[in-house]
Design a protein. Structure first.
Lengths: 293, 279
């Protein structure tokens, strides 16, 4: 943009200032979206949710156009939104949908809780104790280097094909992001604050609870959110391999039966559930950050 | 800020001579005795042979060129550093790690960003104090440092000067026998620094605690201290490490006239000691 388009040539210094101010005011009046946009969004309850829904709705529209209206795909390649919805209703009426969702959510939450709990614990111990770090970090690093899916055959051999092996796999997936973020964050807590804490008589667990843990709350939550995403990833992996229930099972079964509508249903459900649990964790995170950061 | 400090009888003219032992001893304030204190980091000697007796209720400023070990000496008194040689006594017994009889005011406020000003000051309370007594003491300190209205704010919501006052209040919360201040006003603007110096005098008049103050500001030392310890390398000595180069007694009662001729002479002396032309 050229200089002259910004304001009229100055007649006097004060004249320029006035004309700029006037122009800014005018600009504010005529392009309110630029200035008031983000604020207006905050004012409408759920404004952010509405904006966030635009693209999914567009995708849905596109999907509908490509299948029902234009018929670009055969139903076995890409069924129409309506038939995916119908498949969902059918499974719901048969009482199977609820079962699939419930068992999957249960596996994810159990695995996530175990993995994240161990990650928090070991991350704290190794982050705080130099001796524990020197002793254990190389080993944990080596385990982290193993692609987590490589454990599957061993887990099945040791624990069978039922719940234990699945939950363990999910826990492994959830463990590393939490461990890594907590460990790294504790190593980098401002040493000045830690020293101040010590100078005022805090040590051990009291120091941990007063200075170190609050200081790493933001990193802990980013680790937890990563871990939750990993937990869903490993859930599907575990259920694809061996299961008789759950969304991953729905995926393989639908593939084998050529039920693309159910397959898409499972994918949509995974997206929704993943997003929901993440949003829930996000809410807790916001509360925690308000308190500690 | 607060009005001119009220002087205690502690600051009687008798305190002007070099061994101010005969002063009345304020409750709870302690002596600090350095006996041949030295400190080396690996092969590098930073301090050697520092010997000094600081009397209860005295304000001693420690000045010296940067990197000469001023902070190192102060940290040793607070028990933040245990690698020194020689002996440091607080009262009658040796310094313990993170000694409870001392409290440190750092150069940075070092407040916990997620806690309010009040909660930060509470960190400094002795563990043995009851909840109500603790609350009363924090109220008192908030008033003393002029932060009663800001007690609910977080550190990032207050100015640097206020943060430093909060940090000072936190250090005072345990009623230390020795208050250790490590360039506490160094990062503040000139005007705020002068106000903080007045506040410190005010606090000292009220609490009577022994104060060791590390500063790089010669005027600050002249304004606040009973005695000034100049750390530096001895003129002829080739030994590595700084030691007591000069120990000056500052004349006059506080608050002192910043423009007094006698202080100007001392200022010149100190600048020479620091290796700076006084012009």
């Amino acid at each position: 943009m050229s200089q002259t388009s910004l304001h009229t040539p100055p007649e006097s210094a004060s004249g320029t200032a006035v004309s700029i101010a006037a122009e800014q005011r005018a600009a504010g009046k005529f392009t309110p979206a630029k200035i008031a946009g983000p604020k207006a969004l905050k004012r409408i309850p759920g404004g952010k949710v509405l904006i966030g829904a635009v693209v999914p709705l567009l995708l849905l529209l596109l999907w509908w156009l490509a299948t029902d209206v234009l018929g670009l795909f055969r139903p076995v390649q890409l069924p129409a939104p309506q038939s995916v919805f119908d498949a969902g209703v059918e499974l719901l009426n048969r009482g199977e949908l609820y079962q699939h969702i419930a068992i999957s959510v249960q596996r994810v939450l159990t695995g996530f809780a175990i993995g994240a709990g161990c990650g928090l614990f070991l991350g704290s111990v190794l982050g705080l104790s130099k001796i524990a770090d020197a002793l254990l970090h190389p080993t944990i690093g080596a385990f982290r280097a193993v692609p987590s899916l490589a454990w599957v055959p061993l887990l099945i051999l040791w624990m069978g094909i039922y719940e234990d092996s699945k939950v363990t796999l999910i826990a492994i997936g959830a463990f590393f992001p939490v461990f890594t973020s907590v460990h790294a964050a504790l190593r980098h807590v401002d040493p000045h604050l830690v020293e101040a804490g010590r100078a005022f008589g805090f040590h051990g667990f009291r120091l941990l609870g007063t200075v170190q843990l609050p200081a790493v709350v933001p990193s802990v939550f980013s680790g937890l959110r990563l871990a939750l995403a990993q937990a869903w990833l490993f859930l599907v992996a575990a259920e694809l391999i061996a299961s008789s229930m759950g969304l991953g099972f729905l995926l393989t079964e639908s593939q084998n039966n050529g039920r693309t509508d159910r397959l898409l249903l499972a994918i949509v459900l995974l997206a929704i559930l993943g997003k929901l649990t993440d949003a829930l964790l996000g809410m807790i995170e916001r509360r925690a950050l308000k308190r500690w950061a | 800020m607060t009005s001119a400090p009220v002087l205690e009888p502690v600051k009687a003219p008798a305190a002007l001579d070099d061994a101010p032992e005969e002063r009345a001893v304020p409750d709870g304030s302690l002596t600090v005795t350095f006996r041949n204190v030295g400190r080396s980091f690996d092969a590098r000697t930073v301090l050697r042979d520092v010997s000094l007796k600081v009397t209860p209720g005295e304000v001693v400023a420690i000045v010296g060129a940067s990197g000469c070990g001023k902070s190192t000496l102060l940290r040793a008194v607070g028990g933040l550093d245990s690698g020194f040689t020689g002996e440091i006594l607080i009262g009658d017994s040796s310094v313990t790690p993170y000694d409870e009889r001392t409290a440190v005011g750092f150069q940075e406020p070092r407040l916990l960003p997620w806690r309010s000003v009040r909660k930060n000051i509470e960190l400094g309370l002795p563990r043995t104090l009851s909840k109500e007594a603790g609350r009363a003491r924090v109220d008192e300190l908030l008033k003393l440092v002029g932060l009663a209205e800001r007690a609910h704010l977080r550190p990032r919501e207050i100015s640097g000067g206020m943060a430093q006052r909060a940090s000072l209040a936190r250090a005072l919360a345990r009623r230390p026998g020795v208050l250790l201040l490590d360039e506490p006003f160094g990062a503040l603007d000139a005007l705020t620094r002068l106000k903080m110096q007045d506040l410190l005098l005010d606090i000292h008049a009220q609490t009577g605690t022994t104060v060791l103050l590390v500063t790089h500001d010669v005027d600050e030392a002249l304004q606040l201290a009973d005695r000034i310890l100049l750390l530096g390398h001895g003129g002829s000595s080739s030994a590595e490490g700084a030691s007591v180069k000069q120990l000056l007694t500052v004349p006059g009662e506080r608050p002192r006239d910043r423009a007094s001729a006698e202080l100007a002479r001392l200022r010149g002396e100190l600048y020479v000691g620091l290796g700076v032309d006084s012009h």
